[in-house]
Design a protein around this ligand. Structure first.
Ligand code: PLP
Length: 396
């Protein structure tokens, strides 16, 4: 019998990154469109709060669930902005990024063999964290003809006596689709009918375009007490390397288990980062808005460029910073099997452009490619300028 950790991959995006970094080390200019790391600096008031915390000697163990200042700030934010209804800040748990939050959440929720419904394609780490929790990921395909929204009928059809939860991510990685209030409401009703948990990953809640509005699943009727909401400071405040996320958990048993796991895994997030996060949540939000405006500019540059190529059909994302495109039969490497990897490798080898093969995100991702536009506007513009030509050269 193999070890459960053996079911986890080393990561397709890591492979792409390593190849790009290798090329860079050999003196080649590379364009980093493979991974979703914001190019921006953290807001100044966040940096100042962290510097102050250091000067004040805030370098000791903290409460493992988070410093009271931060948990209170999070409680205030999620109850007003996200309209979640949790009784107190005791239902907030600060984690080492949303990634760690997801790991301990599935570990706390699942018994061996429990099933979790998730979108296909989906950011790889969700299925992996479900498996690490002993569970079984049950994919439901997001279809292009539905604007890549979950189909509630397909969710319902995937439910079995072992189903424990439905996982929802909006705005979505890797596609950038934004779930409508209607879709979310129907999912909440399904969960209520079948007495399931809902896991709502809202890492990209503030990366929205064209005036789109974020709806928190946990605020909807039927969902309030059964939703575990997952948030991240990585995208909203460009704090990716500082590693801070948080969970909002209504259910008392799950909350108790998660508190135990936080103590036994990290025993509290880096103290200085927590002061920065409190400042981020309570301070001015202009930096977040201006980052979203810049991402929208990048999205438009890249989307317009891809419209020019006969090899890709791009989806215009309403949020997150990813551009998802279907590889068309005109692409010389089109074979319905490995064309996503062949295009990814071709772009690295011929132009130093990073991307991610769609199959890294689940079986339905095969035949697609994801470009992240979280690197600098200059890099995105350069990639947009050369991509149509580089792709057309493959046919010659
Ligand atoms: C959908 C989704 N959830 C969670 C995360 C993890 O964020 P964090 O940096 O807080 O661990 C990511 C990161 O890319 C993501 O795409």
């Amino acid at each position: 019998m193999s070890h459960i950790v053996d079911s986890v991959s080393l990561g397709a995006i890591v492979q792409v990154r390593d190849r790009l970094l290798d090329q860079q080390a050999r003196g080649r200019r590379v364009l980093r469109l493979e991974s979703g790391d914001p190019s921006f600096d953290i807001p100044i008031h966040v940096r100042e709060a962290m510097e102050q915390a250091l000067r004040d000697g805030q370098t000791h163990y903290t409460a493992s669930t988070g410093i009271p200042l931060l948990r209170k700030a999070i409680f205030q934010k999620v109850t007003t902005e996200n309209r979640l209804s949790v009784p107190s800040d005791d239902h907030v748990v600060v984690t080492n990024g949303a990634m760690h939050g997801l790991y301990i959440l599935f570990r706390a929720m699942l018994e061996p063999g429990d099933e979790v419904i998730l979108p296909d394609p989906m950011w790889t780490e969700i299925a992996e964290n479900i498996r690490l929790g002993g569970g079984k990921p049950v994919p439901v395909v997001l279809r292009e003809e539905r604007g890549y929204q979950y189909d509630p009928d397909e969710i319902e059809a995937a439910i079995t006596p072992r189903t424990k939860a439905i996982f929802v991510n909006t705005p979505q990685n890797p596609i950038g689709a934004v779930a409508s209030r209607e879709t979310l409401s129907v999912i909440a009703q399904i969960a209520e009918r079948h007495n399931l948990f809902l896991v709502s990953d809202e890492a990209y809640e503030h990366v929205l375009y064209d005036g789109a509005v974020h709806v928190s699943l946990g605020s909807l009727p039927g969902a309030q007490s059964r939703t575990i909401s997952v948030y991240s400071m990585s995208k909203t405040y460009a704090m990716s390397g500082l590693r801070l996320g948080y969970l909002v958990i209504h259910d008392p048993l799950l909350l108790e288990r998660i508190k135990k796991l936080v103590r036994c895994t990290i025993n509290g997030v880096n103290s200085v980062t927590q002061y920065g996060a409190a400042a981020a949540l309570t301070g001015p939000q202009e930096a977040t808005k201006s980052m979203a405006r810049e991402y929208q500019k990048r999205r438009d540059i890249l989307f317009d460029a891809l419209k020019e190529t006969p090899y890709l059909k791009a989806f215009k994302p309403g949020g997150a910073f990813y551009l998802w495109a279907r590889i068309l039969p005109a692409w010389p490497g089109y074979d319905g099997k490995n064309d996503d990897w062949s295009m990814t490798n071709y772009l690295i080898d011929t132009a130093g452009i990073g991307s991610s093969p769609g199959s890294a995100f689940g079986p339905a991702g095969q035949g697609h490619i994801r470009f992240a536009f979280s690197c600098s506007t200059e890099q995105v513009a350069e990639a947009a300028r050369i991509l149509p030509d580089v792709l057309s050269r493959a046919g010659r």
